[in-house]
Design a protein around this ligand. Structure first.
Ligand SMILES: *Cc1c(COP(=O)(O)O)cnc(C)c1O
Length: 398
């Protein structure tokens, strides 16, 4: 069934006069979300109180929603669980993967990876002691650094700044050939392009739901563990909800079976309601259609910007197959230029040192939005409208 993008667009609240090219950072609000969250508050929370954990199914939601997510990313049912934030899920996945490769010390990643992933790896390496260390190399050199010293290859499939995309299948195969495991971060993949974890042979993966999935600020993350590791993988964060029998309140930790052991503490029930409302839209979406339309819109945007704004230099790969669903440009005064277009209703974001980043999200962005955004960007660039002091003052969140 072909995806009806007029219908998907009609499912979101898009503020009047705003062209939102930042859904790769925080997706817009589905119209159904406030009511869904309100229902979880009342009658559920109001009337059920603590019985809601059973009666409204709150306790199992990290796993039932995990299964919905699994179906979207080529994961086996029972192998994805929802909760916490992406940084925490990366930490858990990485710790579990390292423990499965005793005697090897290297976590291999790339210099383009998201800082939080690298920070988590550094912190874990410090906790584990001398033999564990993080090695980062240029993205295009990752394959060459896969040696028998590597315990875990930890990568973000799509670079958060430039949209450059790693070949998940080829790198996973290469990692396995040297006896290493993989941890894939799907922050800019899930909801942006087709993901086939089982088909790629991925060992662990994690992703978030507030970017392309549109589950709202602070929406929980998810983690995947492959069937081959699910029974033996250990969790570094032995929370009570990942215990085999949380309500036995035993003194000692016993891991739950399979992916449930990667639960930590009490799930965020209100945020899970917002996630369910967002996933209801995805039920009617074919990700292959999203990918095709994302490429068409991205190509249109690049062609328009390159024709009209010679000051900007493409930072993303030119080959659409090597990109995710965002398009970035270098411009020395990128921060000020981004503020100038935001003031005119086109919302993108800035990533240090000089990147203007635009998310292409076909669920609610179409050709007319792309053309209008190019028009505004061209006006700002050709008339140097960015060159004002107020556009150069950096805000807390860029
Ligand atoms: C957005 C993002 C994160 C964010 O992690 P949180 O813990 O959810 O804040 C982590 N990794 C990557 C690659 C990201 O793009």
């Amino acid at each position: 069934m072909a995806t009806d993008f007029d219908w998907t667009r009609s499912q979101f609240h898009l503020p009047e006069g705003m062209i939102y090219l930042d859904g790769n950072s925080l997706g817009p609000m589905p119209l159904a979300t406030p009511e869904r969250v309100a229902r979880t508050m009342q009658p559920e929370w109001r009337d059920l109180l603590i019985t809601g954990w059973n009666k409204a199914g709150w306790h199992m939601k990290p796993e039932t929603i995990g299964d919905r997510i699994a179906g979207m990313i080529g994961a086996e049912p029972g192998h994805v669980v929802v909760g916490d934030t992406l940084s925490i899920k990366i930490y858990q996945a990485l710790a579990a993967a390292l423990a499965l490769r005793p005697g090897r010390g290297v976590i291999l990643s790339d210099t383009g990876n998201f800082p939080s992933d690298l920070y988590m790896a550094q912190g874990l390496a410090k906790t584990l002691g001398d033999q564990t260390r993080l090695v980062t190399v240029a993205p295009e050199e990752v394959a060459d650094h896969l040696t028998e010293e590597v315990a875990v290859l930890m990568l973000t499939e799509v670079d958060y700044r430039t949209g450059r995309r790693h070949d998940m299948k080829a790198l996973t195969e290469k990692a396995h050939a040297v006896g290493a495991l993989t941890v894939w971060d799907l922050a800019h993949s899930y909801g942006a392009l087709p993901v086939d974890l089982a088909g790629c042979g991925a060992d662990f993966a994690a992703g978030c739901t507030y970017k392309y999935i549109n589950a709202g600020p602070g929406a929980p993350a998810f983690v995947y563990v492959a069937p081959a590791h699910a029974d033996v993988a250990e969790t570094a964060l032995q929370g009570w909800q990942g215990h085999e029998a949380p309500f036995a309140f035993e003194h000692d930790y016993r891991p739950a079976s399979r992916v449930a052991k990667l639960r930590v503490g009490t799930p965020p029930v209100l945020q899970l309601a917002a996630l369910e409302a967002a996933l209801d839209i995805w039920d009617k979406v074919d990700i292959e259609d999203v990918r095709a339309r994302s490429i068409a819109l991205s190509e249109r945007f690049i062609a328009g910007v390159e024709t009209r704004c010679p000051q900007l230099r493409l930072a993303s790969p030119r080959d659409p197959e090597r990109r995710g669903s965002q398009v970035s440009f270098h411009f020395e005064e990128g921060y000020a230029a981004m503020q100038a277009i935001i003031a005119r209703g086109v919302i993108g974001d800035f990533r240090a040192p000089d990147i203007m980043r635009f998310g292409i999200t076909p669920l609610y962005i179409g050709e007319a939005d792309i053309d209008a955004a190019v028009e505004i960007l061209a006006d700002v660039m050709s008339n140097a409208l960015w060159d004002r002091p107020e556009y150069k003052v950096k805000a807390l969140v860029t």
